[in-house]
Write a protein of this length. Structure first.
Ligand code: COA
Length: 147
């Protein structure tokens, strides 16, 4: 692996709860989750999708579908998208988000939403999610996209 990741070379697929690379990547970004935590989340409807290049994990998305009986149907909540620094700006983050949006659509969701934090990364998040089509939601730090 030489640090160059053309978009076409990343393979996307569901991650197992005990994927050690996923647990390390989450931990690197301050999200301490054990395999048991992740397994519990997957049982409750969370998604963990990874992007691999040459078999090694370079990014992941962690999201869930609300199970509540909202009259507008289930909503996709994007909890975290992470791409390793060396793999950024090759479209991998966008592909991960779009895979979750497609998954939500096929499960009847009409809306995907996320909360931007921390404040220090707001401009980057606006640029990234805005490029995918998210727009400001009803709350100040929330971004939405209709599916
Ligand atoms: C945000 C993040 C997931 C983006 O991943 P990525 O693979 O680099 O994103 P993409 O290459 O798919 O970018 C798609 C578009 O988003 C915009 N974008 C992405 N990163 C950007 C940045 N740092 N500054 C400005 N625009 C940015 C660009 O328009 C980009 O298209 P372009 O490269 O053709 O100009 C990655 O930077 C990351 O892991 N950051 C740390 C964690 C984080 O902040 N996660 C998001 C909040 S949950």
């Amino acid at each position: 692996m030489n640090g160059f990741y053309p978009e076409a070379e990343a393979d996307l697929g569901e991650l197992a709860a005990d994927d050690s690379e996923a647990i390390s990547l989450l931990r690197l970004h301050g999200l301490a989750r054990t395999a048991d935590d992740l397994a519990a989340g997957l049982r409750e409807g969370e998604w963990l999708t990874g992007a691999r290049v040459d078999g090694r994990l370079v990014g992941l998305i962690w999201a869930r579908l609300t199970l509540c009986s909202d009259p507008n149907g289930p909503v996709v909540l994007i909890q975290q998208v992470l791409v390793k620094k060396s793999a950024r700006r090759h479209g991998i983050g966008r592909r991960l988000v779009n895979s979750v949006l497609d998954g939500g659509r096929s499960r009847g969701a009409r809306l995907a939403t996320l909360r931007m934090h921390p404040q220090s990364q707001r401009a980057q998040h606006l640029a990234f999610y805005g490029s995918i089509g998210f727009v400001a939601g009803p709350e100040d730090d929330v971004l939405d996209i209709a599916l």
